[in-house]
Design a protein around this ligand. Sequence first.
Ligand code: NAP
Length: 255
Amino acid sequence: MSTKLFDLSGKIALVTGSGRGIGFVLARGLASAGARIVLNDVDADGLAAATETLREDGVDAEGVSFDVTNANSVAAGLRDVVERVGNVDILVNNAGIQRRYPLEEFPEEEWRAVLDLDLTAPFLVAKAVVPDMIKAGGGKIINICSLQSTVTRPTIGAYTAAKGGLALLTKSMAVEWAQHNIQANGIGPGYFRTEMTRRLHEDPEFDAWLCKRVPAGRWGDPQELVGTGVFLASAASDYVNGQLLYVDGGLLAGF
Ligand code: NAP
């Protein structure tokens, strides 16, 4: 089989929240398939360091700092991306947060912060990027959803509501924009070792529970999301639209 199917040469990929964690690893993975990379984060210093790291690895990367939850900031950030790099062909909506409280105690502000970043931001960024994709004749949108787009645990009600919403927003993007040759799909990671899950993987009780619960018997490594990311960003997935591909070590397959 030709690897050209997965070749991203000549494509520009914007990955939100990619100063660290899964976003950074996905960006590096898309670069290894040939894409030019635009990293984004709110933390300008972290973003500059991440961009420099990619450049040292020989990656053609730019960093554009903007807050994806704010429509004005998104519009200005996108203008900057187009002027400095060019039109976005591949958008990865990755930025996300987790907040944990029992539902009856969930502070409204924290609830709204999770919904803003994990659900509204992918809508805002896609809305800003899609007009140029339509003009260009197509594009790829990858929404980083979660295992918790479909199942949940106590204390993560806001995250589950947002990621469940994002799975269905992905379908709306697919059905509305397929006519423009835009494919919108989701990746549903299981449990991966990042800053977001630090409290969990440093908790021996949770770690033991998880390793017993996941058929693979271990946490995921963010690098293991790259193959799915490249597939959904490439011509190999041109007739795949509105799907959520879980990368979870088999967790959802059993109970
Ligand atoms: P992470 O290490 O906490 O990274 C999240 C990134 O998003 C950070 O770089 C953060 O920047 C950035 N960010 C936060 N607010 C932002 C904003 N308003 N605008 C732009 N960027 C912003 O988390 P991660 O584990 O890599 O998670 C990445 C995605 O994967 C999230 O959507 C998450 O829900 C999803 N996911 C993760 C797991 C897992 O097991 N780790 C599982 C399922 C799904 P700062 O450094 O400035 O905070």
